[in-house]
Design a protein around this ligand. Sequence first.
Ligand SMILES: Cc1cc2nc3c(=O)[nH]c(=O)nc-3n(C[C@H](O)[C@H](O)[C@H](O)COP(=O)(O)OP(=O)(O)OC[C@H]3O[C@@H](n4cnc5c(N)ncnc54)[C@H](O)[C@@H]3O)c2cc1C
Length: 354
Amino acid sequence: MMIDVAVIGAGMAGLVCARQLSQAGYSVLVIEKSRGFGGRVATRRLYGTCADHGACYLKPKGVFMTQLTELLVERNILQVWNGTFIEKTENIVSSMQPRYISSSGMSSIAKFLAQGLEVILNHRVIEVNLNSDQQWQLTLESSNEQIIALALVIAIPAPQALMLLKPLEGNFLGSTFINKLGSVEFFPSISVMAGYSPTSKPLPQWRAITLENNTVLGWIGFDSTKRHNPSQPVFVVQSSADFATANLEIETEDLQSVGLQILHTAANVIGFDWLAVPDWIQLHRWRYAFPRTPLQQPFLAAETPQPLICCGDWCGGNQIEAAIHSGLSTASAINSQLQRFGELKESDFLENLN
Ligand SMILES: Cc1cc2nc3c(=O)[nH]c(=O)nc-3n(C[C@H](O)[C@H](O)[C@H](O)COP(=O)(O)OP(=O)(O)OC[C@H]3O[C@@H](n4cnc5c(N)ncnc54)[C@H](O)[C@@H]3O)c2cc1C
């Protein structure tokens, strides 16, 4: 398969980049290893409901992100998560700064952005190389199909991009580029999703608590308050980075007890014993949850004549907003290198969504 631009990763950065380029007129293919869109903007369907075990909400800061959020609210993809949020232990912050969620799960944002794009799901890119025609050639796991592209965007966490690109060091890629990619480290996190008896009492009056100095916990969210008419209380609890680091490699059969340990600690913190005794529990291990040492630039471009750009939240920040800016900046840079169309602007992206 021969295309103009191959984008590895259907997270926020990859999707907005692919969308902007394809709307300009390029042929674009997104390749994603998992079975859904969104990457760390993730929602799991379970026990007749859903839970956001990745990004919990969107809190726009800049003008562009505010406009995009308003558009997603108009389309009924996002709603305001009303209520009280507790940050820094005793400091109660009400919803003065709105947090936006999706009642059908945060991954709805990604599904919306992926509309009209050509995407191959369930296929991991295991090798990238330049072929004899000086085009990018991508090899997929469990598929004989080779993807050939004029330009390559790698919109995945830097350590995963490093694994793909390290073999090209000294060949097509210089050490400066590889060292910069290698300098980006990530914090891990373990997310616990837990459902409780509908008769559980008392229920918290808050929506979420952020914990800064707890050795086990990072965040407790009353996830079912995002849903319409929830049939039972559902919580999502994120571990601290230290706890995740210590428990990331444990055997699958021990995961359940790690999850219960997290819930037990959360029950102690909020003072509700029933939180330690869920009806059901599921865990997700995020090896690359939050960039620890993000780069202070919107993308990382290689000096190859054939465009190759890495992007994601680790370029410029650590949240959805940074990932989106990084993806859009990458689209502009790819377009400048391929020189086929006029300048691509963030405002074009919004206009094309309308
Ligand atoms: C637990 C948790 C809570 C968070 N809470 C918030 C929050 O409340 N608000 C907020 O704004 N942000 C939050 N974030 C951060 C936010 O989710 C990320 O900043 C953002 O989603 C990153 O997007 P991305 O496109 O850069 O990368 P990703 O979302 O990581 O996307 C990369 C994609 O590439 C795919 N991929 C990787 N390697 C390959 C390969 N070899 N071949 C094919 N596909 C591949 C992955 O499967 C993934 O889909 C949270 C993150 C976590 C983990």
